[in-house]
Design a binder for this molecule. Structure first.
Ligand SMILES: Nc1ncnc2c1ncn2[C@@H]1O[C@H](COP(=O)(O)OP(=O)(O)O)[C@@H](O)[C@H]1O
Ligand SMILES: [Mg+2]
Length: 111
């Protein structure tokens, strides 16, 4: 599914974290965002996954605007830079958790 960010801007108060970004990513394409700390990489990922709402611009998945779609409904996987794991679970359990919530069959989770 094609991913498009169109004129996406995110401000935190006076600080412009992402300034009018246009980005087209084709289905299956692998893209890296490179830049110094504080240049807005995580904010871009947060706008794609829906954890941050752009002040301006649009995000499209497969040609459809996801501006009003909750992160839970976007079907985006994101691994955070800081640990965001369940400390009571091991690595396998952490990865399996989301799949169980989605009712993926046990054998498929194990695979
Ligand atoms: N929730 C927030 N509130 C205020 N400022 C933020 C917030 N998130 C990020 N920023 C600021 O936005 C800018 C871009 O941050 P970020 O997207 O985390 O950059 P990167 O991931 O490239 O290091 C930085 O100046 C950062 O301090
Ligand atoms: Mg970051």
């Amino acid at each position: 599914m094609k991913l498009v960010l169109e004129e996406s801007t995110k401000r935190f108060g006076d600080l412009v974290a992402v300034d009018n970004l246009n980005l087209d990513i084709e289905d299956g394409e692998i893209v890296s965002l490179l830049g110094p700390s504080g240049s807005g990489k995580t904010t871009v990922l947060n706008m794609i996954s829906g954890f941050e709402r752009p002040n301006h611009g649009n995000v499209y998945f497969g040609g459809k605007s996801v501006n009003d779609i909750h992160p839970r409904e976007r079907n985006v996987g994101m691994v955070f830079q800081e640990y965001a794991i369940f400390t009571t679970m091991n690595a396998y359990e952490n990865i399996a958790f989301g799949l169980r919530v989605r009712k993926i069959p046990k054998r498929q989770i194990e695979r």
